[in-house]
Design a protein around this ligand. Sequence first.
Ligand code: MF3
Ligand code: CO
Ligand code: CO
Length: 287
Amino acid sequence: MVFKKKRRWHALSGQPLSEMDKRIMALENKGKLVPTRDLIKTDEQIAGIRRSGVVNTGVLDEVEKHICAGMTTLEIDKICYDYCTGHGATPACLNYEGFPKSVCTSINEVVCHGIPKEEDVLQEGDIVNVDFTTILDGYYADASRMFIIGKTTPEKEQLVRVAKECLEIGAEAAKPYCFVGDIGHAIQKHADKYHYGIVRDLCGHGVGLKFHEEPEVLHYGHRGTGMVLVPGMVFTIEPMVNMGTWQVFVDADDKYGWEVITGDELPSAQWEHTFLMTEHGVEILTR
Ligand code: MF3
Ligand code: CO
Ligand code: CO
C-alpha cells in the first residue's frame, strides 16, 4: 500500500525554522489541522485589508445614520453602493454567485442573505441585519450589524444583545494557536444559556484576498477541533443566533435562491467582524 500524507505547512526553503514554524509543525505532527502558509497574510496584505475595513465601517456607519421606519431595503442598498463606490471600492456581494444587490438586508426571521427590495419597507419593531463586504485594491473586509427599528419587544431586544455578546465572547476565545472549535464552543455555551439556536449550516470564514477563504469558522462545536489559528490569519466570526430552532432553510419564494429563513419563522440575529490574529489575540479590522 502506498500512503503519502501531504504536509500542509512548509518552512521557507533555505531559512532556519522560525518559532512559528516549530509550533505549527509540532501541531501538525500531532494530527491537528494547521493552516497553509498562504493563509498567513503579509504586512502589505494586512495593510490593504485594514484600509478596506475602514471603508466597510464607513458604509455601515452611513447606514446607521439613516436607517429608520418607512425606509425600503432598496434604499439601504443605494446608501451602501454610493458610499462604497464613492470611496474607490467595490461591493463584493454585487453579482457574487448570482446575488443581485450590493448588500444583504435580513429582517426578523430572515437569517442572512436577504435581498434588498423596493417592497420591503422597514416597520417599527423590526430587527434587521445589514451585512456588507468591501473590495478595495483587491482586498476584502466583511462585517454586519443589527439595527432595531424604533422600539421592539423585550424578546427581540434580548436576542439582538445576546447575538452581539456571542460575537464578543467568540472573539475573546480567539487566542494565537487556539482552534476554531474553541471559538465555536464559547459561542454555543453562551447561546445555550438562553435556549437560543446557533445556526450550523452557515459559518464564518477566512477573508482578505478572496471573499471566502479557509478556514471555516463554525459557531458551535468542541474545543480543540477545527483549524489552528496563528498570527497573521484574517477571518470573520459571524454567529447567527435564532430565538428558536437552529434549523434554517432557503426561502422557497426567493427566485435567486439566496435568502435563508429560520425553520420556525422566529426571529434571528447576527453580528460580524473581520479579525486579524496577532501574538496577543484578535484585532478587529472592521471597527
Ligand atoms: N457577507 C456574507 C458573509 O458574511 C456573504 C454574503 S454573500 C452574498 O459571508 F452574495 F449574499 F452577498
Ligand atoms: Co458578511
Ligand atoms: Co462573512
